[in-house]
Design a protein around this ligand. Structure first.
Ligand code: SAH
Length: 365
């Protein structure tokens, strides 16, 4: 019999499964607490359960536990970039960032991605597979254990398109915010999408007050289609209508991400077009200097262009911030650590090999 993924079960589902096998409901609460509050990865560590029950659980279920393959720590601001191995050997990336208002983790929702955005490293090798809810959760769990500090914010902005793994995303959000788990406020969870309209509409109906971020990157369909193939399927008008619907339904202010690429989307005329596009949208714009990836020759806009772009938006009363670059010294662009690692495995001689760290060493890097 195939083992079941116990960390992806809600408390209600776990209770049902265990009571059907004759255990009282409080046993399900104990197991849930070990998994989601005490963050334990082995049934044998669940010390308040009877031995026979631990054995039975191990015969029916597996516990997702990501293995850190590499951890890079920024000397500038303490940002930590993790490369984790899943149980089938596939690797994914997550990032931990320390802000004044708390610690934030950026998680991957898929191994790879099939959206094909031109500037993004995560999509270059295509989609490997969707992540299970437990594999999304465990990125947060392992990082909280490794840092010993509470995670207060989670952004689904790592590799993958969350709307392309919708059911697992919703389950992940419910587990992450459950009061008997890490209890992370849904208001502190952000889901970033390249603009899959049915996904945005569906999320609006879930009744979850999470923040929606739209990867916009261009003020016109023509330019957006050049950068993001998905824009051919969902024109801006429809995407923005769905975003506005999300705002109306949830009352949550929207975030619009705009990565500035030199000479491509960073001119004052694009800033003006963006301002008129976003008028009355109840959102704010996050300007991100594009992170150059080796596979494409996109370059970062100059600081003065970025500032000028911001000024145009501000003059037009659009809320705007320039995203502070975290972990500048360790960041390749999103997904680069992973793609470097995969390529290094295929051609080890070409890989600039960083040491593979054992768990004992992790605190010292
Ligand atoms: N698929 C989702 C979430 C993952 S990407 C989405 O598209 O929103 C998270 C954000 O990083 C997106 O806004 C994405 O467009 C942006 N991004 C990806 N590669 C980048 C790069 N090289 N430089 C700057 N931003 C990048």
């Amino acid at each position: 019999m195939d083992l079941k993924d116990i960390k992806s079960l809600t408390l209600e589902e776990l209770t049902l499964q265990l009571t059907e096998s004759g255990f009282p409901p409080f046993r399900a609460r104990q197991v849930y607490q070990w998994l989601h509050e005490k963050l334990r990865d082995r049934f044998e560590d669940m010390t308040n359960l009877p031995e026979a029950m631990k054995r039975q659980l191990a015969e029916r279920f597996f516990i997702t536990a990501l293995q850190p393959v590499e951890v890079k720590v920024s000397k500038l601001d303490g940002t930590r970039k993790y490369l984790f191995a899943l149980s089938d050997g596939i690797v994914i990336e997550s990032v931990w960032m320390k802000y004044k208002h708390g610690n934030s983790v950026c998680i991957s929702s898929q191994a790879g991605c099939r959206m094909g955005c031109r500037f993004c490293a995560s999509t270059i090798l295509g989609l490997e597979r969707n992540l299970l809810p437990s594999e999304m959760l465990d990125q947060v769990y392992q990082i909280q254990k490794d840092t010993g500090e509470r995670v207060s914010n989670v952004v689904v902005m790592g590799s993958g398109e969350p709307m392309d793994n919708y059911e697992n995303l919703i389950r992940f959000i419910r587990l992450l915010s459950h009061e008997k788990g890490l209890n992370i406020s849904q208001r502190n969870i952000t889901v970033s999408t390249c603009g899959i309209v049915p996904g945005i509409q569906r999320l609006a109906e879930e009744g979850l007050p999470v923040t929606l971020a739209l990867s916009l990157h261009a003020p016109s369909d023509r330019l957006r289609q050049e950068l993001m193939p998905i824009a051919r399927k969902y024109p801006l008008k429809e995407v923005l209508k769905a975003c506005y619907g999300y705002y109306e339904r949830t009352g949550r202010r929207l975030t619009f991400e705009y990565s500035l690429v030199k000479g491509v989307n960073d001119r004052p005329e694009e800033a003006r077009a963006l301002a008129s596009l976003l008028k009355g949208m109840h959102g704010h714009v996050n300007l991100i200097p594009v992170n150059p990836i080796q596979e494409r020759d996109y370059r970062q806009s100059s600081l003065s262009n970025i500032q000028a772009f911001k000024n145009v938006l501000e003059k037009n009363e659009i809320n705007v911030t320039i995203r502070r670059e975290m972990g500048r010294d360790i960041h390749g662009a999103c997904g680069q650590l992973r793609s470097q690692y995969i390529r290094g495995k295929a051609h080890p001689e070409a890989f600039d090999k960083a040491p593979i760290l054992q768990s004992e060493d992790r605190g010292e890097v």
